[in-house]
Design a protein around this ligand. Sequence first.
Ligand SMILES: C[S@@+](CC[C@H](N)C(=O)[O-])C[C@H]1O[C@@H](n2cnc3c(N)ncnc32)[C@H](O)[C@@H]1O
Length: 364
Amino acid sequence: MPTATDKSSVKKPRAPKPAKAVVEAKGTPAAAQKMPSGSGKKSATSEARPAEVNTGETTLVKADKNTIVVARGGYTAKAHIGDCREILPSLEAVRTSQVSLVFADPPFNWNRAYDRWDDKMPEREYIDFTYAWINHCVQALRPGGSLWINIPDDWAAEITAFLKGRFDGTPGVPKLNARMHMENWCIWHYRFGQNTTKRFINSKVHALHFVKEGAAPTWNPDEVLEQSDRAAIYDDPRTQSKKDGMPPGLRVPMDVWYGQFWGRVQGNNKERRGYHDNQLPEVYLERVIRACSNEGDLVMDPFLGSGTTGVVALALRRNFIGTEFSPENAKSACERIKMGPYRVLGQLKGASTAIFEHRRKSER
Ligand SMILES: C[S@@+](CC[C@H](N)C(=O)[O-])C[C@H]1O[C@@H](n2cnc3c(N)ncnc32)[C@H](O)[C@@H]1O
């Protein structure tokens, strides 16, 4: 997603450097993982990985002008090159609603340089584009499947109203493909929003979570637990004997997401992929994928970009399909999927996001 938030001062990012074709046929994620250029420090992924992470041998199965397929440990990630509105309806998994989780981080119509995509459509055209791709994603989902959309203030209202069926029967607006239920409206909060003195500084993007009707959603709270503030700040003994079934001291994260590794992937952020200006943090996708899908499930991202969803999905033993308009972005994303995540997945489990220091009893 375009992370600079003040459009009046948004600079055009450098044009993506043509990515080299995926050259190596084989490698392991740990071996292939390199620090982004300019950093001499040891890669986090060269350290021991938790057993749950898919560390099998990575193979480039196929790479032609339409499709790139990477496999690891019996799971595959497929990237289809082209406009998602044309590709998705042609995919068997979409036509037969086999997808368990869709994560979509579309272009925001902020005139960003997405290699080839025109990111400055007339507003009506952008909204029609949005409703069209959402309908394909809804079709792709199995009953009970989750749709997550990463979107700024500009479009969150229209998308929410569309997914809630509020426009059904409105002339000129397509009908939503299936009933969807809003499960959560989360916020990704970051501290380094674009500076401005003209209004409050924007420091968030919306993470909208909808579920397709017809079955219970997949929900794995135990996969994403954090230390509770009561435990982290106050050592409150009640947190050690919880009545909600969660382990001592831990709770489900709140719906505003921030903390270590949650910053925008910019500047010298070690996750940063050269020439991608719109990369989401791996921890964001890790939370969504762990909470809303299971090993072996099919995860889909219609706007692959630098490939963050595919990187984390394959590493967590999910199968993945993505679409990407730019062939160069798709190649680069698949190189990244092949390398695996930069961060050690699972390292934030049980960590605290408390914003106050630990207090001694006498300070309460
Ligand atoms: C905001 S970026 C996604 C960033 C991604 N979440 C990441 O972490 O790297 C949006 C991507 O969607 C691609 N795109 C734009 N319109 C598209 C379309 N109609 N079909 C497929 N891909 C498209 C752009 O080329 C761009 O790479």
